[in-house]
Design a protein around this ligand. Sequence first.
Ligand SMILES: [Zn+2]
Length: 252
Amino acid sequence: MKIQKIKSDSKGVTRFIVDDTNAAFMNALRRACTFEVPVLAIEDVYFVKNSSALYDEILAHRLGLVPLKTDLKSYIMTENCKCKGEGCARCQVKITLKIAGPCMVRAKDFKIQDSAIKPIFPEMPIVELLEGHEIEFEAIATLGKGKEHAKWSAGHSYYQRYPKIIVGSGKKTKEGISYCPNNVFKGEKVAEITNCNLCGSCQENSDNSIKVDGEDNKFIFTLEPWGQLNVTELLTNATKILSEKTKELKLK
Ligand SMILES: [Zn+2]
């Protein structure tokens, strides 16, 4: 299998060409990236005070959805920890907050026990406190997987077949090209083939003088991390998980 990085933008969205593989493997990789790689998120919240406009449950739900920078070398899943689910510094991190209104409570106001763990979006609003409103809580963040809850998902990932475009010389070729929504063509030539998402508009509107199809063994894989892990961490952990799973399968 050959992997080639083709693009990454400022938000970390990265695209790869993966050659010499099949759709089953691409799908396994996609599932591993989105649902299997663990990240930190708030799981339990103990409210001491909450006189805000939001109920405890809604506030706890909002807190759970705050993405937190995750270090997979320092933390392990509680189920694999020596503490046997008791909770310790290896498998959970304590977050506290004591704040009084009037103010907008934001993710950056969290007091986090481990200084290496930070909210990815510090300005993320949690709740607005009016005069006399107060919040005080102690929360526990743990590692979890996207397949349990979306708050533990490390990112979004998807793939498509690598495009195969043949431009013929029919009467309606030019017209077909003008329907391309993704700037794949320059003049009557294919310029940016990786922009093609196989929508088929050019083929449809050119009376089939342009032929678009996807390769069976070559794919474009897109990875959009939410920020808890970067692309490299996400992908290396996903492949590690995949190879452990196949080992398990062999043993069984
Ligand atoms: Zn532990």
